[in-house]
Design a protein. Structure first.
Length: 362
C-alpha cells in the first residue's frame, strides 16, 4: 500500500513538472505568432576614422540578422547597405564579436536591447516628408547598430528623415582563441592579421586622408560618443529680414540622431530635449515665391563649447539656436542664446542656394 501511494505521488509530481514545463513553451509559441512585424533591415556604422568589422554574430530574438557587413566606411549614425530586408519581428538582443581597427583589439557583447522601446517607435512612426502624395505618416525601416571606441554600442531606429536612439550598450574586450583563428579561411583570418589591420587604417577609402591627418598624434577620445548623447532643451528660430516663410528643416545630431521638422512644426516650434546639432539644412521662400535653401555645418568644438557655456548654470534651462538670414537671402549668421546670454558661432560653415520658385500658400 505504501509503495502504491509513493508511486501515485511520484506520478503526480512528474505530471505537474511536465505540465509546468510545457506551459511556457506553448505560451512562447503563442506569443511568437502575435509578435508585431515590420519591414526592416539591419545596418552597421562607426565614427569616421575609427572603423570596425563584425567578425561574427548579430541581432537576435525571434529573428536573426547578421551584422557581418565588412569594414565600416561612413560616419556615426550613417547607414550603408544591409542584406536581410524583410517583414519580421524586431530584435530583442545583440550578440556579436567585432574588431576595432583603431584600437587594434577585439570586443564582444551579448546583451538584451530595449525591445519594447523599439516596437513603440516602429508602431508610432513619424510625419512623412513626401506628403504631396497624401501620405502623412511613415515609420522606420532600419535597425542601425553603431560601434564606437571603448566598446560602446548604440542602436537606433532609422528611417527617411528621422533617426532615434533606442539604447546605449557596452561590450568588453575579448580574445578570439588562436585555435579558432587557425580554422578560419584565408579571408576571415585577415581580420586577425596585424599587417592587414594596419593597411585598413591607411586605406583612404576607409579613412579619408584629411581625417587621418587630423587624428595623427592624438589619443583616441574615449567617452566622446557618450558626451554626444547629452540632451538639452532647445529649439531653432529663424529671422527673415524680408517677408516670406520657412518651409522645413532637417537636423543631423552629433549623437547620430536626425530629425525633420515641417512648416507647421516650425510654427508651433516647441522646446524639445535634443542632442547638439552637427548639421542643419533648411528651406525658405520669399514673398514672390522664390525658394532658397541653406546648409549649415557647425564647427564641432565651437558648438560643443557654446552649449556647455550656456547650460553651465542651468542645465534644465531652455535655449534658442537662432539663424538670421540677411536681406539678400544669401547668407546666414548663427547664435545660441538663453535669456540674456548670447554666444555667436562664427566658425559655422554656411552655404545658401536658390531652389525652385514656389507659390506661397494663402
Amino acid at each position: 500500500m505504501i509503495k502504491l501511494l509513493r508511486a501515485l505521488i511520484f506520478g503526480m509530481l512528474i505530471s505537474l513538472t511536465v505540465s509546468c514545463q510545457n506551459k511556457p513553451q506553448n505560451r512562447m509559441l503563442e506569443d511568437y505568432t502575435k509578435l508585431p512585424k515590420f519591414e526592416w533591415v539591419e545596418n552597421v556604422c562607426s565614427p569616421l576614422g575609427y572603423p570596425i568589422e563584425v567578425y561574427r554574430g548579430g541581432l537576435e530574438g525571434n529573428t536573426y540578422a547578421s551584422l557581418s557587413q565588412g569594414v565600416t566606411t561612413g560616419e556615426w549614425g550613417s547607414s550603408g547597405g544591409g542584406t536581410n530586408n524583410g517583414v519580421k519581428p524586431l530584435p530583442s538582443r545583440i550578440n556579436c564579436i567585432w574588431v576595432s581597427y583603431a584600437e587594434n583589439c577585439t570586443y564582444s557583447i551579448d546583451s538584451d536591447i530595449d525591445y519594447q522601446r523599439m516596437v513603440q517607435l516602429f508602431k508610432e512612426g513619424y510625419p512623412d516628408s513626401n506628403r504631396k502624395f497624401g501620405k502623412k505618416q511613415t515609420t522606420f525601416d532600419t535597425v542601425l547598430v553603431g560601434f564606437a571606441p571603448g566598446g560602446v554600442v548604440v542602436i537606433w531606429a532609422m528611417g527617411a528623415g528621422r533617426t532615434v536612439e533606442v539604447g546605449r550598450y557596452k561590450g568588453e574586450k575579448y580574445t578570439v582563441p588562436q585555435a579558432e583563428i587557425d580554422k578560419l579561411d584565408n579571408h576571415e583570418r585577415l581580420l586577425f592579421d596585424a599587417t592587414d589591420r594596419k593597411n585598413i587604417m591607411l586605406n583612404t577609402k576607409v579613412i579619408p586622408l584629411e581625417v587621418r591627418e587630423a587624428h595623427a598624434g592624438k589619443p583616441i577620445p574615449f567617452g566622446l560618443w557618450d558626451t554626444y548623447r547629452t540632451r538639452y532643451s532647445w529649439r531653432p528660430t529663424f529671422v527673415l529680414r524680408t517677408e516670406g516663410e520657412m518651409v522645413a528643416t532637417y537636423y543631423d545630431m552629433f549623437n547620430g540622431e536626425a530629425e525633420e521638422i515641417f512648416a507647421e512644426g516650425l510654427i508651433e516650434n516647441k522646446f524639445e530635449k535634443r542632442a547638439i546639432p552637427k548639421r542643419i539644412n533648411f528651406g525658405w521662400r520669399d514673398k514672390e515665391g522664390q525658394g532658397y535653401g541653406g546648409r549649415i555645418i557647425f564647427d564641432e568644438q565651437e558648438i560643443l563649447n557654446a552649449f556647455e557655456e550656456i547650460y553651465k548654470d542651468d542645465i534644465e534651462g531652455a535655449s534658442e539656436l537662432q539663424f538670421s538670414i540677411n536681406y539678400a537671402n544669401d547668407y546666414v549668421t548663427v547664435l545660441l542664446k538663453q535669456r540674456e546670454k548670447e554666444i555667436r558661432l562664427p566658425k559655422t560653415k554656411v552655404k545658401v542656394y536658390h531652389s525652385s520658385k514656389l507659390t506661397l500658400k494663402k
